[in-house]
Design a protein around this ligand. Sequence first.
Ligand code: SF4
Length: 290
Amino acid sequence: MKVELKKPLDYAVNRPPIWCPGCGDYGILEALRRALAELSLPNEQVVVVSGIGCSSQLPHFMKTYGIHGLHGRAVAIASGIKIANPKLKVVVVGGDGDGYGIGLNHMIHAARRNIGITYIVSNNQVYGLTTGQMSPTTLKGVKTKTTPYGSIDEPVNPLALALAAGATYVARGFSGDVAHLAKLIKEALSHRGFALVDVLSPCVTFNKVNTYDWFRARVYKLEESGHDPRDYFQAYKKALEWPTIDPVGKIPIGLFYKTEEKPAYEEEMLKILGGRAPIEAELQPPLEKV
Ligand code: SF4
């Protein structure tokens, strides 16, 4: 069958995003469209799911299927979609408040099950939609509306958590480097199993600390540092390099870890169902009981 070659704009709707000018979410939207175009995935085979937050508006700007779901529940919805119809490419997009706060539990379970979804987290270290409260990834000492004397919480380390939970693809991008981020998302979309792409994504309106310049002064690419993404323990060590209270500390971006040795959850499920996805089994006579 002839594959239709796609362009990023083939995944765009005739409606501009409503984010603040300069928001990191624009970089994520462009990177996702580029990654889909490079794989030339048919629009009707892609589902983008989100929860609540600024970045969670992203499915509205994609010419694919989409669900704008409940706060923190996007990974659960996406898991259901993937299990019902494993042929679909299922992408989740959301923020750090949505995914690493209220919805963190879902990420851990999707990772340990190795469900074949791509989870892109726009990590801007603040609650943007609700105008600037501390989020789970706000760095210690940073002042926000809810931490006027500086946060005293240790921030969540999403990459270390994902690795500990058993995620099989763990990466971090920067929305100020769209080409690099698109490459990571493309790999994640092609991955067998659960893929987390955490994205350093400045909120230009409510986070005046973690700006584009702040990140540009700190990020370095793992692939240029001799990192071996097959080495789980090295990946974990790299994940611990940030977040940190060290004001001059470096921040690794790129692919931390990848293995395809574990089967995806939906593969295991198809084995039990004799190769028929639930959505197909619905339309066919039931399997004989064993
Ligand atoms: Fe982006 Fe922040 Fe504006 Fe929300 S408030 S759209 S995260 S810049």
